[in-house]
Design a protein around this ligand. Sequence first.
Ligand SMILES: Cc1cc2nc3c(=O)[nH]c(=O)nc-3n(C[C@H](O)[C@H](O)[C@H](O)COP(=O)(O)OP(=O)(O)OC[C@H]3O[C@@H](n4cnc5c(N)ncnc54)[C@H](O)[C@@H]3O)c2cc1C
Length: 292
Amino acid sequence: MARLLRPETVSQALRLLADGEVGTKLVAGGTAVMLMMRAGLLFPERLVALEHVADLDYVEVEPDAVRLGALTRLRDLERSVPLASALPTLARAIGFVANHRVRNRATIGGCLSEADYASDPPAVLASLGARVRLRSVRGEREVPVTDFLVGYYETVLEHDELLTEVVIPRPGPRVRTTYLKYVSRSAEDRPCVGVAAYVDADESGRTEEVRVAVGAATANPFMLGDVAQMLGGGPLDAGACRAVGEAYERAIEPIGDVRGSSDYRRKVTGRLVARALETTALSGHGNGAFRL
Ligand SMILES: Cc1cc2nc3c(=O)[nH]c(=O)nc-3n(C[C@H](O)[C@H](O)[C@H](O)COP(=O)(O)OP(=O)(O)OC[C@H]3O[C@@H](n4cnc5c(N)ncnc54)[C@H](O)[C@@H]3O)c2cc1C
C-alpha cells in the first residue's frame, strides 16, 4: 500500500521529491496514475499528491507570453476567457481532450509529464513554441516542449523535478493557428493523428514563418524544419499546402496501434497537414480547432 503524502507548498513538494529517488510518484489529477496503479503497472511506495499545493493553478496573460500553472485543470483552461482570447486554438484543442469527467481532474502539467504520444495539447504547444519550467531543490530550468518530450512516455524530468509552469509566447497579430484532431474510433477517443499549424504571412500571403506539428503519430510531436523556407517564402496556396503535406507524409515514421496502422497514419498525416494549412491560410477559419 502506497504512503500518501500531501504537501501544501511547492517547496514541501520539492523536498519530498529530493528525499525519495526510488518508489516516489507524483500525482496531480490522477487520471493517468490511478489507471496505471489499478492495472497493476505501477507500485509506488510513496504517492506525493499535488492537489493541495497552492499557487500552481492559474492562467496569466502577459503582453508577450501566456503562463499556465502546472496544476491548472484542463476544464478550467478550456473555459478560461483570457486563454480563449489570447490563444483560442489551444483553449479549443484542450476542450477536445477525453470528456468532462477526465478534464475536470486532469492538469496541464500531468498531461505533459505523462508524455503519452496519443495526446492533443503537446502538438499545439509545440507549434506555438511553448516552454516548460522545471523546479527542484537544486534550482530551476526552462525547456522547450519539443525538448521536454523525448520518447514514448519519456521526458527529461529528473526524479526530483516538478513541472511548475507552461510558458507560451504570444503570437503576433498576423499569425493564424489551427488544430485538427482526427479520431478513428469513438468521438471522445484519443487522437489517431492531430495536426497543429502556425502560419505567419503578410497581407499578400507571403509566408514569414510556418510551423506544423504532428501529434499522436510518433513519440513526440513531429515537426519538419523550416516549412516557410520549403515554400521559398511564396504564398501558401492549395498546391503549396499539398506539397507540405506530401513532404510530411514522406518524412514521418508513425507508430501503429489500435487507432491505426503505421501506413494508415502516414497517409492521414499527409492529408491532415495539407488540410490544416489550408484551413489556417486559405479558408478564413484560422485560429480554431476542429475534430474530424
Ligand atoms: C478515458 C481517458 C481518455 C483520454 N483521452 C485523451 C484525449 O483525447 N486526448 C489527450 O490529450 N489526452 C487524453 N487522455 C489523457 C489525459 O489527458 C491525461 O491522463 C491527463 O492529462 C493527465 O493529467 P493528470 O493531471 O491527471 O496526471 P496524473 O495522472 O496525475 O500524472 C500523470 C504523470 O505525470 C506526472 N506528473 C503529474 N504532474 C506533474 C508535475 N507537475 N510535474 C512532474 N510530473 C508530474 C505523474 O507522476 C505521472 O507520471 C485521456 C485519459 C483518459 C483516462
